[in-house]
Ligand binder design. Structure first.
Ligand code: URA
Ligand code: SF4
Length: 220
């Protein structure tokens, strides 16, 4: 039987990966980190200078700010899983290229599948683009949308928000609403997951249910 995929397995593959040219200039790959039970997954863009040195996500200035933002939601760094769309630093922090995003995509997909978070928070437009390719971040930031088995909330990138007085109050507001949105996500996902007994043969029903409104169908 094949061994089930795991975060540790993915991390070890990422650390040795040569699938795109970024492997040539990296110091350390940054697979991402956080507890297996995390309900919230934060996905940034790519490692910067400090992340590349340490092999850990969001440890520089943007990372310090991210911890302050998490505190607004009553969360600690260790409560959430944190990673990036590309696992190796683009030289001089340039934008990741389409072929690099493409090459790295499968790792993120596997991390999402293994973690199965209730909420994914995308930080910045490259991460948002994985889920909402045509959306504008200023139009949809902070809104929680159902995507398959989970919810996705697009937010501004902390590094961009730190330096932009327009985004700063917006990203703070968006983080402060996370506890409320997590409650909603938990409730809706619990409802949408059929209890094992519901998968058994249907039993004849003799009583009319008090709540006979049809459960909302979800297409994705
Ligand atoms: N910015 C990111 O997008 N990711 C990091 O890991 C650090 C800074
Ligand atoms: Fe591999 Fe991703 Fe690093 Fe490219 S960025 S070398 S695909 S881990």
């Amino acid at each position: 039987m094949p061994t089930p995929d795991s975060l540790a397995q993915i991390a070890s593959e990422v650390s040795a990966c040569t699938r795109c040219a970024l492997h040539k200039t990296r110091t350390k790959a940054v697979p991402g980190e956080g507890p297996q039970q995390a309900e919230i997954m934060l996905i940034g863009e790519g490692p910067g200078f400090n992340e590349d040195q340490q092999g850990r996500p969001f440890v520089g200035q943007a990372g310090q700010f991210l911890e302050q933002l998490l505190a607004l939601a009553g969360l600690k760094r260790s409560d959430v899983w944190i990673g990036n769309v590309v696992k190796c630093r683009p030289p001089n922090n340039r934008d990741p290229l389409p072929e690099e995003l493409q090459a790295c995509h499968a790792y993120l997909e596997r991390q999402i599948a293994v973690l199965n978070p209730k909420i994914i928070v995308t930080l910045g437009r490259f991460s948002m683009g994985k889920f909402f390719p045509t959306a504008r971040i200023s139009a949809i930031h902070g809104q929680m949308r159902r995507v398959g088995e989970r919810f996705v909330i697009a937010m501004f990138h902390p590094a961009a928000a730190l330096h932009n007085p327009t985004y700063l109050p917006l990203i703070k507001q968006d983080f402060a609403r996370l506890p409320e949105l997590l409650e909603t996500a938990r409730r809706e996902l619990a409802q949408a997951t059929p209890h094992p007994s519901m998968l058994a043969e249907p039993q004849p029903r003799y009583e009319t249910s008090k709540d006979d409104s049809p459960k909302q169908m979800r297409l994705f």
